[in-house]
Ligand binder design. Structure first.
Ligand SMILES: Cc1cc2nc3c(=O)[nH]c(=O)nc-3n(C[C@H](O)[C@H](O)[C@H](O)COP(=O)(O)OP(=O)(O)OC[C@H]3O[C@@H](n4cnc5c(N)ncnc54)[C@H](O)[C@@H]3O)c2cc1C
Length: 437
C-alpha cells in the first residue's frame, strides 16, 4: 500500500552504535517518519496565527515527560491534554500548523466516513456502535473545549446534510437512520419535499445531523497550543526527529541538528507522515482536492455542511467571510507530481459539482489546493500504544473526520499515559503485528 511500505530505519551513526551496545540488556528501537509534500497550491487558511506562536528550533538537549512528534491539530489536542499534568515538548520538522492541518477544510463531524450499517458489517455491531458513539462524544467534547478554553477558531454549529450517493441510496439512508436511532445519535431522515424547502437541494432524501460544525483548523490548533503553553508546554519548530530509541523507562530522540530529547513517553502525532516501521493493513495515503470561491452574494439555507453517501464523496461548507468551500474527488494515488498535474481537471469537476448543488452560486475560484489524505477501510483512526516500541504511542486520524479523531486521540492517550484505561482502546488499537522492527 502506498505510504506504508517498510523501509530501512534511518539510524544516526551514534544511535546505531549505542543501540548495538545496549541491545543485550534493554529493548531498543529506532525509527523516523516519512517525508511528504503534504499540500500544494493555495490553501485558504492564513498561517499567521500559528506563526505568531512562541516556537524555536531546538538548540540544546532537553528532558521532558512527554515528547509529541508533530505540531498539527492532533499534536495540539494531545499537548493541551497532557500539559495539564506533565512537562510537554512538541517538535515539528516544519512550522507548527503548516502540515495537513493547513489544508484541512475543517468540517467537524461525528459521522464516520463508513456508514454505521456498513461498519457493523465490517467489524461487528458492538465495536461499530461504540466507534460511532465515541465519535459523537468526542465531537461534543471538542465543542465544549473550544468554549471552555475560549479558543478563537471561528467555530460555528451547523447542521450536517448527508445526501444519497453510490454508497447508500434513499433506501440505504432510511436503514442508516434507523441504525443511528437505536444508538440515539442526533440524526433524522427528511424527504425530498423537506430537503427542497429547508435546504434548497434537489435530492430524493437526506439525513440531517446535529452535533456538527465548522472551524478554522489553523486557528484551532494555535489556540490549543496557547493553552498548552500556558500550562508549561514548549514548541520546537524546524526540529526534525530523525531517530528514536525506546525502552520501558523512556525514550531518547535525536533531532536533525544533533540534539537529544529524553522523555518518559513519546507520542507520534505526525499526520500522514507515518513512522517508517508501521505497516497497518487497510490504511493508505491518497490524493484529495479542495477549492474556495470568491465571496458570494448569497449562500445557501442555514449554511449547512453538505456531503454525500458516496465513495469518493464531495462535501461543501461555507466560510465566515461568505465563500463556498468544496472538496473531494479523491484519487487512489499519492504521487505528488501527478496530484499537482491533475489540479486543473479536478477544479473543473469541483466547479461543476458546486453548480449541481446550488446553481445560483458563483463558482469562480479564489483558493485552490490539493493534499495528501490518509484513509482507512473502516474509516477509523489508529490510536494507542505502539506494540514492540515501549513508551511510544501514536494518533493517526485517518478519514474525513481526522479532527474529531484527534480529540479521541487526546482523550485516549491522556488516559493511557496517566496509567488509566480507556473503554474504547481496543477499537482503535494498533495490531500487535504492527511492529516490523
Ligand atoms: C484537503 C483536506 C481536507 C480535510 N478535511 C477535513 C475535514 O473537513 N474535517 C476533518 O475533521 N478532517 C479533515 N481533514 C483531515 C484533517 O485535516 C487531518 O486529520 C488533520 O489535519 C491532521 O492533523 P495532524 O496534526 O494529524 O497532521 P499534520 O497537520 O500534518 O501535522 C503533523 C505534523 O507532523 C510533523 N512531522 C512529521 N514527522 C515529523 C518528524 N519526524 N519530526 C518532526 N515533525 C514531524 C509534520 O511536519 C506535520 O506538521 C482533511 C485533510 C485534508 C488534507
Amino acid at each position: 500500500m502506498a505510504g506504508f511500505a517498510s523501509r530501512p530505519f534511518l539510524l544516526r551513526a551514534g544511535v546505531e552504535e549505542k543501540s548495538r551496545n545496549r541491545r543485550a540488556s534493554a529493548p531498543l528501537s529506532s525509527v523516523t517518519t516519512e517525508k511528504r509534500d503534504l499540500h500544494s497550491g493555495n490553501p485558504l487558511w492564513s498561517t499567521a496565527t500559528a506563526d505568531a506562536l512562541p516556537t524555536q528550533k531546538l538548540a540544546r538537549d532537553i528532558d521532558v515527560d512527554v515528547l509529541v512528534v508533530g505540531g498539527g491539530f492532533t499534536g495540539s489536542i494531545v499537548a493541551e491534554n497532557l500539559s495539564r499534568d506533565f512537562t510537554v515538548a512538541v517538535a515539528d520538522r516544519r512550522k507548527h500548523g503548516h502540515g495537513s492541518t493547513n489544508a484541512s477544510t475543517a468540517l467537524l463531524l461525528y459521522e464516520i466516513d463508513v456508514p454505521l450499517i456498513k461498519l457493523r458489517a465490517k467489524i461487528g455491531s458492538e465495536p461499530a456502535n461504540r466507534a460511532w458513539l465515541r465519535s459523537s462524544q468526542a465531537m461534543r467534547s471538542l465543542t465544549q473545549k473550544f468554549a471552555s478554553l475560549c479558543i478563537e477558531c471561528d467555530f460555528r454549529h451547523r447542521l450536517g446534510v448527508y445526501l444519497p450517493g453510490n454508497a447508500l441510496n434513499g433506501e440505504g439512508l432510511e436503514i442508516e437512520t434507523a441504525a443511528r436511532a437505536e444508538l440515539e445519535l442526533p440524526s433524522y431522515l427528511i424527504d425530498r419535499a423537506e430537503l427542497r424547502t429547508r435546504f434548497g437541494l434537489a435530492n430524493d432524501a437526506a439525513i440531517v445531523s446535529e452535533n456538527t460544525g465548522e472551524a478554522n483548523p489553523v486557528k484551532a490548533a494555535a489556540g490549543l497550543y496557547r493553552a498548552a503553553i500556558s500550562s508549561g508546554a514548549h514548541l520546537y519548530g524546524d526540529t526534525d526527529i530523525t531517530a528514536v530509541e525506546a525502552s520501558a523507562s523512556g525514550i531518547v530522540a535525536q533531532t536533525d541538528a544533533g540534539f537529544t530529547i529524553r522523555a518518559r513517553h513519546l507520542v507520534f502525532a505526525s499526520g500522514y507522515e507515518i513512522p517508517d516501521y508501521i505497516e497497518v493493513q487497510g490504511h493508505e495515503v491518497v490524493s484529495t482536492w479542495a477549492y474556495a470561491t470568491t465571496v458570494q452574494k448569497k449562500l445557501w439555507p442555514e449554511r449547512a455542511l453538505i456531503w454525500e453517501a458516496s465513495d469518493p464523496y464531495s462535501y461543501l461548507r461555507s466560510t465566515p467571510d461568505g465563500r463556498a468551500l468544496l472538496g473531494g474527488g479523491d484519487e487512489d494515488f499519492d504521487d505528488e507530481e501527478r496530484r499537482k498535474r491533475m489540479t486543473p481537471e479536478k477544479l473543473e469537476e469541483m466547479r461543476d459539482k458546486l453548480a449541481e448543488f446550488f446553481p445560483h452560486l458563483d463558482t469562480t475560484p479564489e483558493f485552490v489546493w490539493s493534499g495528501a489524505f490518509g484513509v482507512s477501510d473502516t474509516g477509523l483512526p489508529k490510536i494507542g500504544a505502539l506494540p514492540g516500541w515501549p513508551s511510544c504511542y501514536a494518533v493517526f486520524g485517518f478519514g474525513g473526520n481526522g479532527m474529531t479523531y484527534a480529540e479521541i486521540g487526546g482523550e485516549l492517550l491522556g488516559r493511557l499515559i496517566r496509567g488509566e484505561s480507556d473503554p474504547d482502546a481496543d477499537i482503535f488499537a494498533f495490531p500487535a503485528d504492527a511492529d516490523k522492527g
